[in-house]
Design a protein around this ligand. Structure first.
Ligand SMILES: *Cc1c(COP(=O)(O)O)cnc(C)c1O
Length: 421
């Protein structure tokens, strides 16, 4: 459920007509709903209310300061995957003890910065990383809290580019090697083992792969405890999918997910951490764009928008589907016609949809890409020297530009000309 709905024939974001924002901000732009963000966070928080837990928002999905602050004020922790994300989380007011640090390639500088600034735990993805953290923590005279990310070798049944829990993926330590890795962790100085971490992929539409993974984690918890390790936390990752189309089967709800977590690992008495990204922000954001031309091709019609693959990469990168809707609601029973929906970038990959049935559209009309909040703005670039797409946040009847569109001068002046030119 989200807060982008038609009222009186036009699309609203909470209590603001989207077209009004488009007039003021210009297109294209991302638009987020505070109410949807908060609602999704609370759904997870309540789904785990049966025990001690922390919902760590996976901020790589959308990392604007205003989004982070909105969630932090709700009590969210953050899952970060780079030094830049760590700095963003801290700048948004998230204390170190609510930040978990994931990622396969943490550098020495990133590890040091997190230890200096405070960290809840490192989710360690390899033995060499574990040794590096031990070395750096020892040099700093501190103890680094760690969980080892185990790779449970389960099939997440999702798009290959976002599956992370099979043994062929680069993520985590194979679960079969976990005992040995934990034994080494216990023997190293500067480390404090606090738990186990697992994350098997993104946009999962069934509970079953999670359940398989979590049962393996539960078993491993008992084994490691018998080996003498103190396992007090289980970080179960993110990955719960969202409905990208109105028509397809809805993925499980956070409530069902929370009940499954209780069923599989609830008896262990661990604090539960989860790292949802997409489900919190995906349907809390839309991308608003204006039609530049409608071009009649041979055997097909093209709808050419002012948004492009540099603004929303998901269709080109993951063959992702986004519903595209007009800001002025189509009259009931109006005849639909197929369009190839494309952007102005000089690549055939700059195609958002092929043969998409849309109500009548003409140049100048405004449209919205639904479910664009996650992995949208964060993946945007300035390819073709198109200024970085702005972001706007709505709360009830207010809206605010939370990242302004750079001017051409700002864009150009980021380059420097060497003295010899
Ligand atoms: C990407 C990622 C997440 C979030 O995944 P979603 O599908 O957006 O919920 C959580 N944890 C880790 C380690 C990730 O890499």
């Amino acid at each position: 459920m989200d807060h982008f709905i038609y009222r009186g024939g036009q699309l609203w974001a909470e209590d603001v007509p989207v077209a009004e924002i488009a007039e003021q901000v210009g297109t294209p732009f991302y638009l987020y709903s505070t109410a949807t963000l908060v609602r999704h966070f609370r759904l997870f928080d309540e789904a785990l209310a049966w025990g001690p837990h922390l919902v760590c928002y996976a901020m790589k999905a959308a990392s604007n300061q205003a989004i982070l602050k909105t969630l932090a004020e709700e009590g969210a922790g953050m899952d970060v995957v780079s030094g830049g994300e760590y700095a963003r989380a801290r700048a948004a007011g998230v204390p170190g003890e609510r930040i978990v640090f994931s990622g396969v390639g943490k550098t020495e500088g990133e590890i040091r910065a997190a230890l200096d600034g405070g960290i809840r735990q490192f989710n360690v993805e390899s033995e060499p990383e574990m040794r590096a953290i031990s070395r750096i923590a020892t040099a700093l005279g501190v103890e680094a809290p760690i969980a080892l990310r185990v790779n449970p070798d389960v099939d997440a049944k999702t798009h290959a580019k976002i599956a992370t829990g099979k043994s062929e993926n680069k993520f985590g330590i194979p679960i079969a090697k976990a005992r040995a890795a934990y034994a080494e962790a216990a023997s190293l100085p500067g480390l404090k083992v606090v738990g186990i971490d697992v994350h098997i992929g993104s946009q999962l539409t069934q509970l079953e792969p999670f359940e398989q993974a979590y049962r393996k984690v539960a078993e491993l918890t008992e084994v490691l405890r018998a080996d003498g390790h103190e396992i007090t936390r289980l970080d179960l990752g993110g990955g719960l999918g969202i409905p990208y189309t109105r028509s397809n089967e809805a993925p499980p709800l956070p409530t069902d997910y929370g009940a499954m977590v209780q069923r599989t690992v609830g008896h262990l008495g661990c604090e539960i951490e989860i790292e949802p990204g997409r489900l919190i922000v995906g349907n809390a954001g839309i991308l608003v764009s204006r039609a530049i031309y409608v071009k009649e091709g041979e055997g097909r019609n093209f709808l050419i928008l002012d948004a492009a693959m540099n603004d929303l990469l998901r269709p080109a990168m993951y063959e992702a589907h986004h519903d595209i809707v007009p800001l002025i609601e189509a009259a009931p029973g109006v005849e639909m016609a197929p369009f190839d929906v494309v952007g102005p970038v000089c690549e055939s990959g700059d195609t958002f949809a092929k043969g998409r049935d849309l109500p009548p559209v003409k140049a100048g009309d405004l449209v919205a890409f639904r479910s664009a909040g996650a992995y949208g703005a964060v993946m945007a670039s300035e390819y073709n020297s198109r200024p970085l797409v702005p972001e706007v946040l709505v709360r009830a009847d207010q809206f605010s530009v939370i990242r302004a569109r750079p001017t051409f001068d700002e864009m150009i002046n980021r380059d420097t000309i060497p003295a010899w030119l």
